[in-house]
Design a protein. Sequence first.
Length: 332
Amino acid sequence: MRGEESPAAEREVMKTALLPTDTLLPLVIEPENPAEEARSAEALTGWMAEHRAWIDERVLEHGGVLFRGFSVATAEDFETLARTVDPNLLNYTEGQSARRMVGNKIYNSTEYPARYDIVMHNELSYAHDPPQRIFFFCHTPPPHQGETPIVDCRRVLQLMDPDVRERFTQRQIKYVKNMHSGNGFGKSWQAHFETDDRSVVEDYLRRGCVDFEWLPDGSLRTSQVRPAVIEHPETGEPVWFNQATLWHTSNLGKEGRLLAQRTAEDRLPTNAYFGDGSPIPDSDLDAVRQLTWHEAVVFPWQQGDFLMLDNVLVAHGRRAYTGPRKILVAMS
């Protein structure tokens, strides 16, 4: 790793470096002292509590910070660290990926077949109030691949084909979702909203300016128009911020396409259009996917890694893998 200077107070107990890549993402923070006491989750928690402002500055500068080499071992350790940064962790409300809650607002990573990659996206970017931060903890690193690629969305926007960028900026994105009531393709609406109370769901959707319809079979259809490009709420920087590449049918692959052909388009679990409802060309999203993979920073997980990302500045994905893999996630 490439070394990076940090203030003297930080260097006394921590050392900072960059991965051997061409970007500043992520900043790596490791214990200066190899003793077990200095590497403990408790020691890291105390240091983070004392240096929250400095950490916040580094996250804004780099887009993400990776704490590595500490004895972070359990979901409880992870929750304590995440809440030290921000005590207000969020539920995965409206999330379309299959996840299980394994702690107090701590989730397992997406339960998507291991043989597939997951394209880069900003978590819950289609929601009316997306998370600002997302945290990852490596409990069990996979023996082969299974990395979590990350990419700077400022750089993605700068490098994007100007015509594609203009189309998405001006026309925005319409997200359409179908959620069954207990049996069917994709997640149920109960799992999406972590409740079986329709009135709670309706209140949430109205607050978020989401159009919705209850269908005769008890399923729920929603649609919402969101920007594809936003300004970062703190820095004002323009960033590519959406999940069109993940939701659009062009992401389904050969097997998914065959399944989709047997399902009416208006009943697919997710789909994405331009904001006016017109189709998005596959070629536009293929180009964006190619760009984000090309610019992605990819590093192998190590047991105990604690990764903190600015969810607006940085998108993330997943590489296919074999063997056991356990990555936990929290949002704030």
